[in-house]
Design a binder for this molecule. Sequence first.
Ligand code: GLV
Length: 389
Amino acid sequence: MSAITCIDDLKRLYKRRVPKMFYDYAETGSWTEQTFRENTSDFDKIYFRQRVAVDMTNRTTAGQMIGQDVAMPVALAPVGLTGMQHADGEILAARAAKKFGVPFTLSTLSICSIEDVAKATKAPFWFQVYTLKDDDFMERLMGRARDAGCSAVVITLDLQVQGQRHKDLKNGLSAPPKLTPASIANMATKVGWGLKMLQTRRRTFGNVVGHAKGVTDPSSLSSWTAEAFDHALDWNRVAELMKMWGGKVILKGIMDTEDARRAADLGADAIVVSNHGGRQLDGALSSIRALPAIVDAVGDRIEVMFDSGIRTGQDILKARALGASGVMIGRSWVYGLGAMGQAGVTKSLEILHKELDTTMALCGHRDLREVGRDILLVPEDFEGRWQRN
Ligand code: GLV
């Protein structure tokens, strides 16, 4: 491929280099994928106001996320099975994030364990928590994150039960991949991926296998989410988990103003407006349409971050201008990782940063912290006018 100039270029390379089962895992939404599609297409409905003859020297995208200095307010979102997209993927992504000056979030469903990432990066990272029924496991998980020096936990609230993703069922998704004629035939074409995988010992869920009880097939994400996840998770349990952690907490998966208020009442440090990249409730609004109302409801009480659908720096600027204090990206960095390992994650951050910085300048701003809704042209009916029950 010639020069890599955008996230889509990385995605094309990624598709070529990584086994179909793992590409499909990332590049899917639940059921009809309506929400997955609209997460990105709804960004296109918002336009920028072009401004001219404004001094564009000394620009900065720097800021803070939950009190931490960042080169741009963009955190790497937790993504399950990242170490299957590229050998030792979580370690590589955490290193790229550290070098760039943005937070990395490790998923509970990672392949590299909390300890692996802490040892390899020596940088505080955020740790994402799924709530399992096994209380001892949760205590130990929080303790392990504390020992590893994690600077925040991100509690995911929108996956007590897993949204169905047809491709994962059809592919028989597992880590390590089950050997079937179809998976062997496909993996045989991904030589670079396979050689690197043979050189690592990390090929299953590092935070869970050997740590959690009540999991009959630890290689199957869908079977153990069904068996082990705490379906009873409620706001009292969220409060308990926050207490169990005792440090900074980000609550992820908020799409409704009432839930945003509950999260703010609990005293969380931030929420993430997210529909899990369209992987959970198909038919939910896109995250970008849900964002403005949530900012209006709680933006003065709690940091409101944004996730789901970001594929360009322009998307980041739109979310920021609509009131998000910062954003999380998922697929955008996974494409880079699958395409080119650590250098690919760095490349995706560089691409997003350049697009963000240039767009901000052309909208007449030099400091991302000063950007507001006035740089945008948002259709009057963008948020939707819904019947009240
Ligand atoms: C896990 O978070 C997933 O969406 O698969």
